[in-house]
Structures are given as C-alpha cells and as structure tokens.
Design a protein around this ligand. Structure first.
Ligand SMILES: C[S@@+](CC[C@H](N)C(=O)[O-])C[C@H]1O[C@@H](n2cnc3c(N)ncnc32)[C@H](O)[C@@H]1O
Length: 223
C-alpha cells in the first residue's frame, strides 16, 4: 500500500493544491513541461476509447462524459467534446477551470457543469455518465480516497458506462513526489485498488512512443 507514504493527509492535499495554484494554465503546465507529448497521448486515448464506443450490444453511449482532474480541459477539448454531446469537468484548481472557459472556445458551450472540488470529496451525479475519464490525477489521492472515489464513480455510470484511468506507474512499489505531493503506484497496486472498489478491468494498455525518461503510462478501462 502507499498510504504509509502519506504522513499527514491535510498536508498531502494542501501541498498539492498550492503546487497547482502556481502552475501556468497551459497545456505545458498540465503536463509538467511535456506539452509536446499531448498529441501522442490524445491520439492513443482516442483509439483506446473508441473500441468501447463501437462495440455491438454492450456499446458505451455518447451522451455525457466527466473529465476528472480536468485542468484547463486539454482532454475535454480534443478527446471528449468531439465524442460526447455534453462533458462535465471537475478539478480542485479554480484558475484552471476559469481558463477552460476561453481555452475550449466555441465548443466549450457544450460543457455542462464545472465543479471546483477535490476528487476526494466529489460525488458524480448517479447514473449521469457514459464515460468517466481520470487522467494524471490518481496520485493526488490516498489509497483509501481513490477506492471510495471509484466506488462513487461506479454509481455515476449510465448503462454500459465505463471508467478510464490513465496514469503513470512505477516498475515496483510506490514513490512519493514531494514537489507536487503525489504518489506514483505500481500496476499491481492500481489493479488491487480498482478491485477493492468493486470494479472489473475490461482492458489495459501501455502508452507507446513517450519519452524514455518519464514513468511508463498505462490506461485501464473498467466498470
Ligand atoms: C497533471 S495535471 C493533469 C490535467 C489533465 N488531466 C490532463 O491530463 O491534461 C493534474 C490536475 O489535477 C488537479 N488536481 C490535483 N489534485 C486534485 C484533487 N485532489 N482533486 C481534483 N483535482 C486535482 C490539478 O489541479 C491539475 O489540474
């Protein structure tokens, strides 16, 4: 477990909040200076997601998606708004959600709700979402909060809905990043926490063509 890495929960969340308040509201800011990998990321995500939107009788719908830890809406703009009628966004950093209103442009009119809230406290509206997308933010939740958040996400799904996590993973064990106050977990722990939330993994995929010096990135689809 990685819970032992978090000595003081209030500090863990407070520090992350302060960190993000000082990050520029740009794609490069969202990706820690790796703005140039955004296209590769989004193209792979689109392929991964589309298999579920195309599948026969168990097909995931296209009515509404939720972008969790959405930041300025990098994913909402290029992945979710083109595929869903409505997209809601949730992020703890007010400045990013405000920036989203201009960054998303005309299509941003189809953003239904902007929630400024930590995921550890957020409950998706029951049965509202076809897809709940959670990218590069699970490290900001303790194990316990991640499990309970995923449980609440499960209740937020429409029939045939799916939850997607896309995030960094370590080769082995959990590593705390003191700079942004986040934990990077290994794949076994992520799978274990997903299971603890009562969800079943439908597919896992490793992101290809990312720079060698960064963590490996995996996508997990579940319901
Ligand atoms: C690495 S950025 C990723 C943004 C977006 N998912 C993307 O891939 O472009 C992390 C985001 O998580 C948000 N965040 C950090 N801690 C959070 C928390 N506890 N609840 C919700 N959002 C959080 C930050 O404000 C920031 O927008």
């Amino acid at each position: 477990m990685s819970t032992e890495l978090v000595e003081d929960e209030t500090q863990f969340y407070g520090k992350a909040q302060n960190y993000w308040k000082n990050v520029p509201a740009t794609v490069d800011g969202m990706l820690g200076g790796y703005g140039h990998i955004s296209n590769t990321d989004l193209n792979s995500s689109k392929k991964f997601l589309q298999r579920f939107l195309r599948e026969g009788s168990q097909k995931t719908g296209n009515t509404c998606a939720l972008d969790c830890g959405a930041g300025i809406g990098r994913i909402t703009k290029r992945l979710l708004l083109p595929l869903f009628k409505t997209v809601d966004m949730v992020d703890v950093t007010d400045e990013f959600l405000n920036k989203a209103k201009s960054y998303l442009g005309e299509e941003g009119k189809r953003v239904g709700k902007y929630f400024c809230c930590g995921l550890q406290e957020f409950s998706p509206e029951p049965s509202r979402y076809d897809v709940i997308w959670i990218q590069w933010v699970i490290g900001h939740l303790t194990d316990e909060h991640l499990v309970s958040f995923l449980q609440r996400c499960k209740l937020g799904l429409r029939p045939n809905g799916i939850i997607l996590i896309k995030d960094n993973v370590t080769q082995d064990g959990s590593i705390m990043d003191d700079a942004d106050s986040s934990i990077c977990r290994d794949i076994d722990l992520v799978r274990k926490l997903i299971k603890q939330a009562g969800l079943s993994v439908l597919a896992i995929e490793r992101q290809e063509n990312f720079p060698d010096e960064i963590y490996q990135v995996f996508s997990f689809a579940m319901r």
